[in-house]
Design a protein around this ligand. Structure first.
Ligand code: ADP
Ligand code: MG
Length: 359
């Protein structure tokens, strides 16, 4: 299949899905045209996934990579309190990935997640690389004018919340590095998700816990529903998605807001599967919850008078109060009766080269 046949098929697949919103022209022209709406702000995010840096092709089924490429961008849109509508997808691929089943499986995982949230693929680009797959995922969303939830809106006294649970994705990455692999069913494109692992359900084998953790890393669930509720109901004063890790991302939020924070270690929602496997595989649940990246949960702050307006769950996902915004411009961790300085310890590209750390 050549580039143009591939694009023609993408165009068919994208237009067969009838959830396009105000697309005047999507795939098939020099550029895409989207009709603007009055009193709305456009929110745009882009994420680059590079083979060998952001993912390992041998450990990542292409279908899950397609899912993840879109999921990380949807998570950014959610973190702005926005509703996602349109996406763009650019590929660089070496010949072996192009001629095998890689691109088709990638696209099927991508479209499956796009369908879940009614997002329309509106364009992209294709090129060849000498080595390694590169994917640029772009998502556009909207908020009511002025309603985007920024990192800079946290105020002293606001309560800090996090969606879902923490530490699972980093544990999944450690397991991949130890050689664990996600189980796939025999037919191409199908994924064995395994039994649904419910909170508080202890009848789970270690193999099931490992599979669930691998999927936490390889198949993140963006908190799109929570993002929309927190933005549209004007509940969050500030928000960020947890891509680098709680300690790093909370620092980013505090710096932008010119505030500090105190976090209560006992209130952190540790991933159940990490707790089950901890000790036996050197996975420390608290360290992973604090510093592990890629959980793609939402970290947000709420003014005290609005805490009672928060829904208990959105799309089946609960939230946990984990601390409070303080005046002292420092991030602290309360553990038992001691206070620790919480240094940012998450993932950083170019760490140690002086480009980020020398400030
Ligand atoms: P150009 O030469 O202007 O880059 P292309 O032939 O690459 O044009 O693209 C033609 C059309 O196909 C455009 O509408 C573009 O957005 C779309 N397209 C190309 N690659 C992709 C892709 N990976 N995903 C979605 N749409 C794509
Ligand atoms: Mg092109």
């Amino acid at each position: 299949m050549n580039e143009f046949e591939f694009i023609a098929r993408l165009r068919e697949q994208a237009s067969a899905r009838k959830h396009s919103t105000r697309i005047v022209k999507g795939i098939g022209d020099d550029a895409s045209t989207i009709r603007e709406a009055a009193n709305r702000d456009l929110i745009v995010t882009t994420d680059l996934l590079v083979e060998g840096v952001d993912f390992h092709r041998q450990a990542t089924p292409p279908r899950l990579l397609g899912h993840k490429a879109l999921a990380v961008s949807l998570s950014d849109i959610a973190a702005m309190g926005a509703r996602p509508y349109w996406s763009f997808l650019s590929f660089g691929m070496p010949r072996d990935a192009w001629s095998g089943s890689f691109k088709d499986e990638f696209i099927s995982g991508y479209f499956a997640l796009a369908d879940q949230f009614g997002v329309t693929l509106a364009g992209g680009d294709v090129s060849e690389t000498k080595e390694g797959v590169v994917v640029d995922s772009i998502v556009l969303g909207e908020v009511e004018s002025g309603a985007a939830v920024l990192r800079s809106g946290a105020r002293v006294g606001d309560q800090i919340f996090v969606t879902g649970n923490l530490g699972g994705a980093a544990a999944g990455l450690k397991l991949i590095e130890l050689g664990a692999r996600v189980l796939m069913e025999s037919e191409p494109g199908a994924i064995a998700i395994g039994p649904v692992v419910e909170d508080g359900q202890s009848k789970r084998t270690d193999d099931e816990a490992i599979q669930a953790l691998l999927l936490r890393q390889l198949r993140p669930e963006p908190r799109v529903g929570w993002g929309i509720v927190l933005g549209e109901e004007r509940l969050a004063t500030s928000m960020i998605d947890l891509s680098d890790g709680l300690s790093s991302d909370l620092h980013h939020l505090c710096e932008e807001s010119n505030v500090g924070a105190i976090i209560d270690a006992a209130s952190l929602p540790l991933n159940d599967n990490v707790k089950q496997l901890c000790g036996r595989r050197a996975l420390d649940p608290l360290a992973l919850a604090l510093h592990g990246g890629e959980d793609f949960e939402l970290l947000f702050t709420v003014a005290p008078e609005n805490v009672s307006r928060l829904p208990k769950r959105v799309d089946g996902v609960a939230i946990s109060p984990i601390g409070e915004i303080t005046e002292l411009r420092d991030v602290q961790l309360k553990e038992k009766n001691r206070l620790w300085q919480l240094e940012p310890g998450g993932f950083e590209h170019f760490a140690g080269t002086g480009s980020h750390s020398a400030e």
